[in-house]
Design a protein around this ligand. Structure first.
Ligand SMILES: *Cc1c(COP(=O)(O)O)cnc(C)c1O
Length: 404
């Protein structure tokens, strides 16, 4: 009789987006005359930039001709893309990351879920709270997190680093020493980030205690402040302690196209063992390469035309973020984020819980957001709005909120 991986049984149901969906559907049915504006979703809405579409069309045509047809891509990614990444995302910023330290993938969600596989079972993980749920859940599946306490929403073997207004959303070094530290900066869901000097402290800490930092830079393109690092490798010593994950989803609208990459520096070692070699082995065994057409699309992200078009796309979303932020402030809310990320994190008024505020906003303003408690216990009492909608809807939603 086969046995299952019991760790999956430990996972509490992820009711967040299904509960939101059900509540919105019920409201919509009861009030068919009301137009609902959705500012809850973490997905982009603008079409792919023309330079990217052009590159994709060209690659499609190449696939139609025996002379230029491509089969399996190299496991680790095509050289043209890895070089474009190394040149633009690293060398242009003074980070010494070579093309062969970059592993092209189908997105940062898979990489952030898979990376834990190359670490020991008894490693202890530390996560920011609130946080992107994949880091904890993938470690639950691997049996690394201990037991779940439904009352606190916490796992016995996970080190939580609360990020709240009390500490300005800057994670503090935990009392217990972690082996693996997940940092997502700028952060989803809070939209906040830390300075390069603060990140340097984390790099120094990791090198000192012998921890590895898994750094999710999915929102790097939204950074507007000069004192914020665009890559963890801008910090001295990061190559001996950090793995960086990047996605093409939020900077270039690839959520439905699928492309990302992971950087594992060759200097990152556990004793004599190179993590670069281990990740190369895992990638080669379990992944057969991102599609050629998509890697050409990714290359176009770094062309002059692509860069210019994407700068506009990011600016479009950030204009929404500014609209949400200033609108909420005018309405008297306490708001965070929205400066280096497309997320606005607001404190719920009058001690409402995150879900009470969700219901209030849906009923009174017909606006949908995401309850902060869905991202971790320290998200209780907060609420996330995203800048990924259309400008017109964003303005309309804020008019309604201001009129409450
Ligand atoms: C959206 C997002 C990702 C992106 O994942 P893809 O699989 O590349 O689409 C990764 N990390 C965080 C924190 C995100 O919000």
């Amino acid at each position: 009789m086969f046995q299952i991986n019991d760790n999956y049984q430990k996972l509490p149901g992820s009711y967040l987006f299904s509960t939101i969906g059900k509540k919105v559907a019920a409201f919509s049915e009861a009030h068919p005359d009301k137009s609902i504006i959705r500012l809850g979703i973490g997905d982009v809405t603008q079409p792919l930039a023309p330079a990217i579409i052009e590159a994709m069309h060209k690659a499609v045509d190449e696939m139609a001709d025996a002379k230029t047809f491509r089969g399996y891509a190299p496991d680790l990614g095509y050289e043209f893309l890895r070089k474009a990444i190394s040149d633009n995302d690293y060398k242009a910023r003074g980070c010494d990351i070579e093309a062969d330290e970059i592993f092209v993938s189908d997105g940062a969600k898979s990489d952030s879920g898979n990376i834990q596989e190359i670490f020991a079972q008894d490693n202890r993980i530390a996560v920011c709270d609130p946080v992107y749920p994949v880091y904890v859940d993938s470690n639950v599946m691997a049996g690394r997190t201990g037991t779940y306490d439904a009352a606190t929403g916490m796992w016995s073997n996970v080190i939580y680093m609360p990020c709240t207004r009390e500490n300005n959303f800057v994670p503090e070094f935990p009392k217990e020493t972690p082996d693996m530290i997940y940092l997502c900066l700028p952060n989803n869901p809070t939209g906040t980030t830390i300075t390069k000097a603060q990140l340097q402290e984390w790099v120094d800490y990791a090198n000192k205690v012998g921890a590895v930092i898994i750094y999710d830079g999915a929102y790097e393109a939204y950074i507007t402040e000069d004192n914020v690092a665009h890559s963890i490798y801008e910090c001295e010593g990061a190559k001996t302690c950090a793995i960086e994950l990047k996605s093409f989803s939020k900077n270039a609208g690839f959520t439905g196209v699928r492309l990302g990459y992971t950087v594992v520096p060759k200097e990152l070692k556990c004793g004599d063992v190179s993590l670069h070699g281990m990740w190369a082995r895992r990638h080669g065994t379990k992944f057969n390469g991102a599609p050629y057409i998509i890697q050409r699309a990714g290359e176009a992200v770094y062309s002059d035309a692509g860069k210019a078009q994407l700068k506009e796309q990011v600016a479009y979303y950030m204009k929404n973020a500014a609209t949400i932020k200033s609108g909420l402030q005018e309405a008297g809310f306490e708001v965070y984020g929205g400066v280096n990320a497309p997320y606005i994190w607001l404190k719920t008024p009058e001690k409402m819980t995150s879900w009470e505020f969700f219901d209030y906003l849906l009923e009174k303003a017909n606006v949908v957001g995401t309850p902060g408690s869905g991202f971790g216990p320290s998200g209780e009492g907060y609420f996330r709005l995203t800048a990924f909608g259309s400008y017109e809807n964003t303005v309309a939603a804020l008019e309604r909120i201001k009129a409450l």
